[in-house]
Design a protein around this ligand. Structure first.
Ligand code: CA
Length: 225
């Protein structure tokens, strides 16, 4: 699961990032409202933690624009202000939860868990199925009938992304951001290499599922008859 932290207090942002990393979440940080909105609109985040008082664009405006743009990503607002009117404004703008600083790390993590449970696609299930394939988190394995193969971490993440979103074409940019992250200098050919690894494993499994290349766009899983 990938979390976006929009917080201008660098120390707090770094603490949050570490805290989330310990729980197994990947978190990216932005320090102003404009960068926060740009990143949030990429659509790659499962949850957004958004401060209210931010340089360039305040958290309420970021949230309003994000919702107007059509994003339904759960947003947890984080602020030093505890006035009732602020909380009401935040919720009216489309925040899913409101947490007042200072907060206990345990409380923040409980909020994140609650928000991730709300959306069925975010529910951390141990198994994902598509066609004749079953992907298992515990064992990092991909199975088809009696056959099973072990996947590397990146192969697993890529396979999970494609299986959970099998109705859509997944672009190379989305794959790069979701699997490699913003900080990475990975390029399109890294994606191509991992797609070929996965294809080899699907062939080995004799699966009916294929990774179809949509030229100039990306990839989609397909089940052949
Ligand atoms: Ca702030």
């Amino acid at each position: 699961m990938r979390v976006l932290i929009v917080e201008d207090e660098h120390r707090l942002a770094a603490t949050l990032q570490d805290l989330l990393a310990l729980e197994g979440y990947t978190a990216d940080v932005c320090h102003d409202g404009e960068a926060g909105l740009d990143n949030a609109e990429s659509g790659i985040y499962d949850i957004i933690i958004l401060d209210v008082m931010l340089p360039k664009k305040d958290g309420f405006s970021v949230l309003r624009e994000l919702r107007a743009w059509g994003s339904t990503t759960p947003v947890l607002m984080l602020t030093a202000r505890s006035e009732l009117s602020d909380r009401v404004e935040g919720l009216d703008c489309g925040a899913d939860y409101y947490l007042t600083k200072p907060f206990e790390p345990r409380e923040l993590l409980a909020c994140i868990r609650a928000l991730s449970r709300r959306s069925p696609e975010l529910r951390q299930t141990d198994e994902v199925s598509f066609g004749d394939l079953t992907l298992s988190k515990g064992s990092f394995s991909l199975a088809c009938g009696e056959r099973s193969v072990h996947l590397s971490r990146k192969e697993f993440d890529l396979c999970e992304l494609l299986m959970r979103n099998h109705t859509q074409v997944i672009t190379k940019d989305t794959i790069l951001l979701k699997i490699w992250g913003y900080e990475s200098d990975a390029e399109d050919n890294n994606v191509e290499v991992y797609i070929s690894f996965l294809r080899r494993k699907l062939t080995h499994l004799k699966s009916r599922v294929k990774i179809r290349t949509i030229r100039m766009v990306g990839y989609r899983l397909e089940e052949s008859d």
